[in-house]
Design a protein around this ligand. Sequence first.
Ligand SMILES: [Zn+2]
Length: 171
Amino acid sequence: MWFCDECGRPAEGGDPEAADPPLCPEHGPRWRLVRNAPCAEVLVERDGLVLLSRRAHEPFVGVWEIPGGFVDRGEHPVQAAVREMREELGVDVELTALLGTYLEQSAYGECLEITCYLGRTDDEPVANPAEVSEWAWVGPGDLPDEMAGRDRERLEDWKAGIAVPLPGDGR
Ligand SMILES: [Zn+2]
């Protein structure tokens, strides 16, 4: 089963071998789901804690994750990371470091190419209920056991302190 990356609804069809995209009844062909789909996410840090969110829709509904989402066409991952944090949690973030780019296969066979940044904000998060059902500042010793995809592995990398400075002006 595929799920629309815009609205989370089940999407018909989809054959990655044929690069045949699943179809959302509202949003049409979902090409991003059958190619390497670029995503961007941010580990927002504050006082040694990190901001996590709980997913409000499929896939992984109800599961904790590192906030982020798909990069739009023509958009740099840096821009996508900042935009997604505004959309999901209502915060303006300043990206401070690059954790890495990760390739992972989702539970539905999607190939996600995820650039994970570190960031900071002075804003208080406000969950967008369409995307996020709950958020929390979490310490390195209190990370959720179950997380969406391989987010937990990225948090282990974060704990290991492997992040590097952003190259150039961040783009
Ligand atoms: Zn849709």
